[in-house]
Design a protein around this ligand. Structure first.
Ligand SMILES: [Zn+2]
Length: 281
């Protein structure tokens, strides 16, 4: 089935009220610094091939304005339908895990300051890789990733918050644009299935996007009184274990970015929350 693409995130609702959040937890002007990144920020396949002209070509082909939240929702619904029907994803039939994921997602969505109209849904996948990703408001978390968070609920908030960040910060919107460019340039209009989209998706976020999503997720988790150092510990662990890293090759393909990512996130937490993250737990 031909799908026209793409990404993004969630939905919200919830009557979570602002007044439930202690004043000191209210979102304030956050400082998002990328100075910790090196200059060789990796880019996605399309951008790598297009080089500097990529942005220009992309903007000419598809204006960012045309990829509204509603359009992203449509892409997400089509993506999910194809992913299930083509058995690209094996959904995990576990009510407990799925409802826990949904609860975490709804809590995070409720504390966004400027919520999008993206319609979010979250699903557990029966998959042994440590992985999580998002597209058109649909968030997927593998069983192995969920298990990695057992006993470390704060990490689950960080991971889901990170995925929400990709949508709320417009990364998915830009990925949809890139998919359109890819269509024009690589002639994939007949091959944009859930499988090919996932393949493009997993290589399309650069380090800056990943960090921005980390920062955004951390900011939401902080408001929910979660331990914001959990993600720092996770990335340190990923950086220190090749074996563990091999399990994350698909979506979180950041090595040797993991160590840098942990450091950048730690800097962010220190700068914005005056909190220092300790040694690896
Ligand atoms: Zn990401």
């Amino acid at each position: 089935m031909t799908i026209t693409i793409v990404i993004s995130f969630l939905l919200l609702t919830c009557d979570f009220i602002d007044t439930q959040i202690p004043a000191e937890r209210k979102q304030k002007e956050m400082t998002y610094s990328y100075a910790c990144l090196d200059s060789t920020v990796s880019a996605g396949r399309v951008n790598r091939m297009l080089g500097k002209g990529g942005d220009i070509v992309r903007d000419l082909i598809v204006s960012e304005k045309t990829i509204t939240d509603e359009v992203q929702n449509e892409y997400g619904a089509a993506f999910h339908k194809d992913a299930v029907e083509s058995k690209t994803f094996k959904m995990l039939d576990d009510t407990k895990i799925n409802s826990h994921l949904n609860q975490v997602m709804q809590e995070l969505l409720a504390v966004r300051e400027v919520p999008s109209k993206i319609d979010y849904h979250i699903y557990a996948l029966d998959d042994t890789a440590i992985n999580a990703f998002t597209f058109g408001g649909r968030i997927y978390v593998t069983k192995r990733m969920y298990e990695e968070c057992e006993g470390k609920t704060a990490l689950l908030y960080a991971i889901v918050g990170h995925e929400i960040g990709h949508s709320e910060k417009g990364h998915i919107k830009r990925t949809i644009q890139e998919l359109h460019v890819s269509n024009k340039i690589f002639g994939e209009e007949n091959g944009l299935t859930a499988f090919s989209i996932k393949r493009i998706l997993t290589g399309s976020f650069n380090q800056k996007n990943e960090l921005e999503a980390d920062y955004y997720g951390t900011d939401l988790a902080f408001q929910l009184d979660q331990d914001v150092c959990a993600a720092v510990s996770f990335w340190r662990k990923m950086a220190s274990s090749e074996n563990e890293y091999n399990k994350v090759e698909d979506f979180f393909r950041t090595h040797p970015f993991s160590a840098l990512r942990a450091q950048c996130l730690q800097n962010h937490i220190n700068a914005n929350f005056s909190k220092k993250c300790g040694l690896l737990k």
